[in-house]
Design a protein around this ligand. Structure first.
Ligand SMILES: [Zn+2]
Length: 92
């Protein structure tokens, strides 16, 4: 029986004011309360913080108008290799 678990998530952000793009790493601690309810605790560097979509200001220009991207949004399109799905040419 598991009490809870931690997941590491990297959230991409972009400032709508200065176009600065950055990523922030969070640790999400999932916990059940034993009644079917689950609560998530967000941590950065071991310190509890607001969830990424709530804690939103640009580290560059301090603007509060920022966009939050889905996890992996910035890393996925940068993959320029052509090995997408590739040859399933293994053992017959
Ligand atoms: Zn900014």
């Amino acid at each position: 029986m598991q009490d809870g678990f931690d997941a590491r998530e990297i959230w991409p952000f972009q400032c709508l004011s200065c176009r600065h793009i950055w990523e922030a790493e969070y640790v999400v601690r999932h916990r059940g309360d034993g009644h079917g309810n689950e609560t998530d605790l967000w941590l950065r560097n071991g310190v509890p913080v607001q969830p990424p979509w709530a804690e939103s200001h640009c580290p560059d220009c301090d603007a509060f108008s920022i966009a939050v991207f889905p996890i992996g949004y910035l890393t996925r399109p940068q993959r320029s290799g052509v090995h997408a799905g590739g040859d399933a040419d293994s053992l017959a």
